[in-house]
Design a protein around this ligand. Structure first.
Ligand code: AMP
Ligand code: ZN
Length: 111
């Protein structure tokens, strides 16, 4: 996708700090961390948001959750939050599906 900053990270056009990569997904540090641990996991296939998850992408999302569990276990992170903002009212600012992984501090409740 031409104007997508996360696709540009995938192509190497925009530099980032890589956390993990495989055939289906890529993980990198968030540039404005909101917690001591804050990385993003994205599918290598561009889709705009969680609202577009269907078909083959459903399995990719399951794979991403497995990768998150593995990465957190490797880092010794036993308590963490996975967040996907979908649409502007939810705070989505980048139009490429991504999963925030936040840990390392007490996170506020949603209520
Ligand atoms: P969201 O607001 O849920 O769409 O999340 C987008 C996230 O992408 C934010 O937490 C940003 O800090 C992060 N972000 C934006 N540009 C970059 C970049 N070039 N490298 C790493 N993280 C980025
Ligand atoms: Zn993209």
């Amino acid at each position: 996708m031409n104007d997508c900053i996360f696709c540009k990270i995938l192509s190497g056009e925009i530099p980032t700090t890589k956390v993990y990569e495989d055939a289906l997904c890529f993980a990198f540090l968030d540039i404005e961390p909101l917690a001591p641990t804050h990385f993003l996991v994205i599918p290598k296939t561009h889709i705009a948001s969680a609202a577009e998850i269907s078909g083959d992408m459903e399995a990719v999302v399951g794979h991403i959750y497995g990768v998150i569990a593995k990465l957190c276990a490797e880092k010794g992170v036993t308590s963490y939050r996975v967040v996907t903002n979908c649409g502007p009212d939810a705070g989505q600012t980048v139009g490429h599906l991504h999963f925030h992984v936040l840990a390392g501090r007490q996170l506020s409740s949603f209520n």
